[in-house]
Design a protein. Structure first.
Length: 261
């Protein structure tokens, strides 16, 4: 079984936090995309390890150790592939992919080309960097994907994509990575968020546990359970939550609006 290490760039708080723009935080976007990407890769038979398995995970004790913890864990685990998820900043538009080793150039190019085509983003470049530890010191093929510009002009597609289409980002990344490693990509879920008026015949009346939730809602609900804001009926956290579909959507809307920051 192939092993892929998925790094959600930056820490939730304190040190090594990410960029901010248009009311969004990089570390929140990278966590959700990495979480969803892990689900897609898992359903395609890959063994997945996430650098930030929980929403509030902080790595290391300062910025340097937070960065080093990622490639060190991937090396210890013996990952076959390493993918780090970030957003760009500086007022531009589009996506780019970083790599270090020359043999990883084709990996970066394949992911960059497919991802930007799927998302309708400007294909900026692939970029060889010798100052990015997570692609330089990993023992396996490694890339860092800058999904889009978090501080792009509000009319740019970057802003809408980062705010509203994170499940589609994860699917596009999965398709590009799987294509590179010669595993057929199978779309099991829609490439976008669910419709505002779902078919109630196919949706359970109540959701009791996190795995039962729609994939796009799981990071938000997991965060609320972890923080103790959402308790089920009984003594086991995350069980017997008894949520309706509309309740779940409301939680996610509030989360994306920053109500839980």
């Amino acid at each position: 079984m192939k092993k892929i290490y998925i790094d959600a760039g930056h820490n939730f708080s304190d040190f090594n936090t990410g960029a901010m723009g248009n009311g969004m935080r990089e570390q929140d976007i990278t966590f959700e995309v990495a979480f969803l990407l892990g689900e897609v890769m898992g359903r395609h038979g890959l063994d997945v390890l996430l650098s930030r398995p929980a929403f509030h995970t902080n790595l290391g004790h300062n910025s340097a150790s937070a960065i080093n913890a990622r490639w060190q864990e991937a090396n210890r685990w013996g990952a076959d592939y390493f993918v780090s998820i970030h957003t760009n900043a500086g007022g531009g538009i589009g996506a780019e992919t970083l790599f270090y080793r020359e043999q990883d150039r084709s990996f970066a190019q394949r992911v960059q080309d497919i991802y930007t085509e799927e998302m309708g983003l400007r294909n900026r470049r692939i970029w060889r960097r010798d100052d990015v530890a997570v692609v330089r010191f990993t023992n396996m093929p490694a890339i860092l994907v800058e999904l889009a510009f978090i501080d792009a002009p509000r009319t740019a597609p970057d802003v809408d994509i980062l705010r509203n289409h994170r499940p589609k980002i994860a699917e596009a990344l999965a398709k590009s990575i799987l294509t590179h490693i010669d595993i057929p990509y199978v779309a099991v879920v829609p490439l976008d968020d669910p419709p505002s008026q779902p078919n109630t015949d196919t949706i359970p009346q109540r959701f009791q546990t996190i795995p039962e939730m729609p994939h796009w809602a799981r990071p938000t609900l997991a965060m609320l359970v972890e923080e103790g804001h959402l308790n089920g009926i009984g003594d086991i956290p995350g069980e017997n939550l008894d949520l309706s579909y509309d309740m779940i959507r409301t939680f996610v809307v509030f989360d994306r609006a920053g109500a839980f920051d």
